[in-house]
Design a protein around this ligand. Sequence first.
Ligand SMILES: Nc1ncnc2c1ncn2[C@@H]1O[C@H](COP(=O)(O)OP(=O)(O)OP(=O)(O)O)[C@@H](O)[C@H]1O
Length: 170
Amino acid sequence: MMTGITGTPGTGKTSIAAELERRGHAVVRLTDTVRPYVIEEDCDRQTLVVDVDRWVEEFEPLDGFVEGHLAHLLPCDRVVVLRCRPDILRKRLLPRNYPEEKVAENVEAEALDVILIETLEEHPDEHVLEVDTTDLSVDECADRIGRFVRGELPPSYGSIDWSDYLEVGR
Ligand SMILES: Nc1ncnc2c1ncn2[C@@H]1O[C@H](COP(=O)(O)OP(=O)(O)OP(=O)(O)O)[C@@H](O)[C@H]1O
């Protein structure tokens, strides 16, 4: 079974995937797979522009976790959408020295549920788990994801409304 771990940058995909790997799961990081599909580098936004269609088409499925903010575009059997309250997400992104525009863009996308909406366009409700990492530890998030893939925790999403935090993006 292939499980995608997706979410806005800073929601914790890398940290949680590392913990899942430590627990013995196979993990593929999308940053390690997109290199051959990069069309251009947007230096101003410190972002790679990827030929997503070709990358999805040629992606080799695996039994384990796929981590990255495009993971929900793959034909995953399950998708975990990591979330983080926008004011805390801003704090997590600040040490990265991203341009302010990029921080604001990500914080706003999180407040608007962009990745969750994209995920639900690609996957049936019963395959999706939303995990709010704001007040959880990495360990607790990994536990929750482990229970979801074992079928012990039912799918769920939609309890988050961060529209009040929209101004945090600016
Ligand atoms: N419950 C949590 N789960 C994951 N990360 C957390 C949690 N609480 C705090 N953090 C912190 O938030 C940050 C998340 O960064 P991380 O690189 O894992 O995010 P990411 O979603 O992989 O970002 P990117 O898409 O840019 O790679 C880390 O500094 C981590 O220590």
